[in-house]
Design a protein around this ligand. Structure first.
Ligand code: SF4
Length: 272
C-alpha cells in the first residue's frame, strides 16, 4: 500500500473526509484497479463533480479536473473527444450523478462514450448537510425529509442500463476487493462503463438513520447484498430487500469517440 500511496497520491494528505467515511475505500479501489491495469499516469485523466466523494480527484496524482456540480460528464466527454487515446475516469456522488447531473448521465450513457464512471453512492448529500438525493431509500430520513423520504429511489444500475450504458456493475466498500476488480473491468471495457460503489456516510446519512457506526454501515452492506450469480437461483421472495452485486450488464456497441473520429475524417475529405 505504501508503494501505491507514493505513486498514485499527491502529497496533499490528510484528506477532508470524516473518520469512518467509506470514500477512502472506494478511492483505494480505483487506485488498485489502475495499478492492476498498469495504466500510463500521463494518459489517464480523472474528472470529478462536487461533493464529498468528488474531493478524491484532488488527492490523486494524475491530470485531474474538479468541475462544477453535476457537470463532470460534459467535461470528461470533451477530454475524451480531444484525447481519444486517454483513459478518462469520472468520480461522482449519487446526488451529483443523478440529480444535478442526471441529464448528462443518461445522455453520456446513450452515446456509449468510453468513460468509466464510479458513482460513490452514500444515499445522501453528505457535504451540504444530509439532504435526500434520488438514491436515498424510500422512508430513510434526511434533513429535508425529517419524517422519512417519500420519493422512490432510482435503481442506478437499471437507470444506466436503460439509458444505454454498455457496462454496469455494482459492489460495496464491504466487498473492497471485488469493487477494485469491477472498476478494472469497467476501465478495460470499451464504452460507457458505470460502477456503482455503495459506500457509507456515518455522519450525514448514518446519524439520521441509526447507522452512525462505520462498522454498522459495513455490516448493512454485507447483509443486504447478494452476488448476481447467486441471485439468479433465488426466488423473488428470497430476493426481497437484497441488492445485486457483480457485473450486472455488459454488451458491445459502437463507441462514440471512435465514431466521432470517423465523422471528422470524412469532413476532412479522408485526411486524418
Ligand atoms: S459527510 Fe459523510 S460522505 Fe462526507 S466526508 Fe463525512 S462521512 Fe464522508
Amino acid at each position: 500500500m505504501e508503494q501505491l500511496l507514493e505513486k498514485y497520491y499527491r502529497p496533499k494528505l490528510p484528506h477532508i473526509w470524516c473518520p469512518g467515511c467509506g470514500n477512502g475505500i472506494v478511492t483505494a479501489a480505483i487506485v488498485r484497479a489502475i495499478d492492476k491495469l498498469g495504466l500510463d499516469q500521463d494518459k489517464t485523466t480523472i474528472v470529478s463533480g462536487i461533493g464529498c466523494s468528488s474531493r478524491a480527484s484532488g488527492y490523486l496524482n494524475f491530470d485531474t479536473l474538479h468541475t462544477a456540480h453535476g457537470r463532470a460528464l460534459p467535461f470528461a466527454t470533451g477530454i475524451k473527444l480531444a484525447k481519444p487515446d486517454h483513459k478518462v475516469l469520472v468520480i461522482t456522488g449519487d446526488g451529483d450523478a443523478t440529480a444535478i447531473g442526471g441529464n448528462h448521465f443518461i445522455h453520456a450513457a446513450r452515446r456509449n462514450i468510453d468513460l468509466t464512471v464510479i458513482v460513490y453512492n452514500n444515499n445522501i448529500y453528505g457535504m451540504t448537510g444530509g439532504q435526500y438525493s434520488p438514491l436515498t431509500p424510500q422512508m430513510a430520513r434526511a434533513t429535508t425529509a425529517p419524517y422519512g423520504n417519500i420519493d422512490r429511489a432510482f435503481d442506478l444500475s437499471e437507470l444506466a442500463k436503460g439509458a444505454g450504458a454498455t457496462f454496469v456493475a455494482r459492489s460495496t466498500t464491504y466487498h473492497a476487493k471485488q469493487l477494485a476488480e469491477l472498476v478494472a473491468k469497467g476501465i478495460a471495457h470499451e464504452g460507457f462503463a458505470v460502477v456503482e460503489a455503495l459506500t457509507g456516510c456515518p455522519i450525514s446519512y448514518g446519524r439520521q438513520n441509526k447507522l452512525s457506526k462505520p462498522a454498522a454501515l459495513l455490516a448493512w452492506q454485507r447483509d443486504h447484498t447478494v452476488p448476481v450469480e447467486a441471485a439468479a437461483r433465488l426466488k423473488p421472495e428470497q430476493l426481497a430487500g437484497k441488492i445485486k452485486i457483480g457485473v450486472l450488464h455488459q454488451e458491445t456497441a459502437p463507441e462514440y469517440s471512435a465514431e466521432y473520429g470517423k465523422v471528422i475524417k470524412q469532413a476532412m475529405g479522408g485526411r486524418s
